[in-house]
Structure formats: C-alpha cells, structure tokens
Write a protein that binds this ligand. Structure first.
Ligand SMILES: Cc1cc2nc3c(=O)[nH]c(=O)nc-3n(C[C@H](O)[C@H](O)[C@H](O)COP(=O)(O)O)c2cc1C
Length: 170
C-alpha cells in the first residue's frame, strides 16, 4: 500500500496526549499541507489559528464543551472561515492538516463540539467569522482500535441510488 493510503488507514481520533512539544519543522509542514488544500474558485477565505500557549489551550479546550484533554496536546488548530467563506473549504483545509499530522506520526481529533461565541472570545475571532472545527495535535498517549465503519454495500451505489456496490478490501 502506498504512504498516502497508509496514512488514511492509520488515522484515529486521539483523546490522550503526551506533553512533548512538536518540532517547528513538523508544525510548519502541517501548516503547509493545509495551505496547499484546494478551495472553491481558489478563494482561500479561511484562516487557521495555531494555539500553542498553555493557558490559551486550556481556555480553548474549556470552550469546546469542557473537553479539557485537548489541552494536553502541545498544539490546537482552529479553522476559521471569513465572511462569505464556505464551510466545505475549511473542512478540506483542516483534513489536509490532520492527514499531514498523521503522516508525521502525530495524533489528532476532529472537534466539532464547541461553544462558538466562547471559542471566538478566547481566540479573538471576529463575530462575523465562522468556526469549522478544531483539532489537538500531539504525540498520542493511547492506541485506540479502528472504529467500525458501515459495510460498503450500505455506503456505495453504482449508477444511481438503487444498486449497492460491494467489495472486500482490507
Ligand atoms: C465533524 C466531526 C466532529 C467531531 N467532534 C468531536 C468532538 O467534539 N469530540 C470528540 O471527542 N470527537 C469528535 N469527533 C470524532 C468522532 O467521534 C470520530 O471521528 C468517530 O467516532 C470515528 O472514530 P475515528 O476518528 O477514530 O475513526 C468528531 C469527528 C468529526 C468528523
């Protein structure tokens, strides 16, 4: 299997982190992967906040429905859309960052449970901007098993909605 697929296969949601910091060159590769993500009409109406300050991480995690374990990771990324920006663009950007982080050996976890106004308050995000999702980034302190996915025949259809597609690929 090639490296891109291996990275996709091995990604897990990580909810326990080691406190080790992320070397700057790794962090910059993660950011660069995000910057290279496609956006509709190449509008790039997004901004990413890279939270490394310990106290701001703690307050950000608090604003994410009290998911305080996020703050154990040395970095939290928060994906913001500018007014008129598409949520889907921001989602692709954050997925690029997450897969790049995975390929470099770091754990991540999509965080969609957050109090928008509270996160905006902590990070100084203007009211008319959107928040797509956040993720902690850091070395994993757990190795969760892969979570179950629905079988192919339930998820895929060929040439219309009626005919299921089935296959067996590990
Ligand atoms: C849009 C989105 C929002 C999510 N929000 C949270 C969250 O707030 N807290 C959390 O612990 N996990 C969150 N998750 C992680 C999912 O629970 C997880 O991806 C799913 O259970 C599958 O597990 P896996 O990521 O290990 O494959 C979120 C995932 C997505 C895609």
């Amino acid at each position: 299997m090639n490296q891109t697929l291996e990275t996709m296969w091995k990604r897990r949601s990580i909810r326990k982190y080691r406190p080790d910091s992320i070397p700057e060159q790794d962090l910059l590769l993660i950011l660069e992967a995000a910057r290279r993500a496609p956006t509709g009409a190449n509008r790039q109406k997004w901004r990413m906040i890279v939270v490394t300050d310990r106290e701001i991480r703690r307050r950000t995690a608090e604003a994410c429905s009290g998911q305080i374990w996020m703050a154990d990771a040395p970095v939290i990324l928060c994906l913001v859309t500018l007014p008129g920006g598409w949520q889907v663009d921001g989602t692709i950007v954050l997925d690029h960052a997450i897969l790049a982080a995975t390929s470099l050996g770091y754990g991540t976890c999509w965080i969609g449970a957050f109090d928008g106004p509270a996160v905006k308050g902590v990070l100084g995000i203007p009211e008319d901007h959107g928040i797509v999702c956040l993720t902690p980034v850091g070395l994993a302190a757990e190795e969760p098993a892969a979570r179950r996915r629905k079988p192919p025949a339930e998820l895929f259809r060929r040439d219309g909605f009626a005919e299921p597609v089935d296959y067996n690929v590990e």
